[in-house]
Design a protein around this ligand. Sequence first.
Ligand code: PAF
Length: 292
Amino acid sequence: MSVSNCRKDEAMQTFVTRQEIILWRAQQRTAQKQIGFVPTMGALHPGHLSLVEQACRENDVVLISIFVNPKQFNQNADLQSYPRMLSADLALLQHLPNLVIFAPNENEMYPADLPFAPMPLGKIGQLLEGAHRPGHFEGVVHVVHHLFALVQPQKAYFGQKDFQQLAIIRLLNNFYSFGIDIIGCETIRESDGLAMSSRNLRLTHAQRKNAVSISRALQLVKANVGKISLEEAKIAASAIIEQAGLEIDYLEIVDPITLENCTEWQQMQVCCVAAFCGEVRLIDNMLCESVL
Ligand code: PAF
């Protein structure tokens, strides 16, 4: 199904309560519509739009949730400064057909009487972001669990920029037996290579210029797989980021399935970076394939 095949005769509906979604979902089931789901925290950018457009092509109806999830922020200052711009987000989506928005408040998202049995995250939840942002993935799992249970989509779309999150969402889908087709979508980049992120909005002009060092560092690793040692690649990549004035939280070359550190080059690895550009914490990653 192409975007242009979606019907354009319905205005975009914006729901704010769980009850509205329950009713809407029942109607879609009766009408035998296939639902695509794109969970977001708003401050939408072209990266989100590409997920939504893919979801529109592949489903009859697409639901986008916009909810800044307090449970996944391990620092209050980060939560407070996260951009919130619902009107601008809705305006960006207006041109897309067959979209439904769910923009709940915290009480609707987490009613006191809604049961939730946490999933054990295992080792994958303790590495990289898990090690540096205690409680983050527990918060992501909590909100995505509630959203999946409510929306019951056939397909759900997540960006590969959050590589570890995507791996954990796949585990969640299996653990709670949701049976949803989880679609990982390519990272969308600015023309200079910076991965698109809602957090980029908080960068000053000078920081924005320096932030591109992250994707340059990733490119360096990708170009040098098998040519220099893995440790040399990490040192050279870190130097690019540090020389641009960013503070590295971690830079690791890991196995794409287990996310455990590689000790030597393998056929496929992913370089994962988190770095502070001023107050703004940016993450990015790149799959690096051995050409040997
Ligand atoms: O990737 C995000 O924007 C968030 O982690 C998600 C999946 C919407 C859950 O709050």
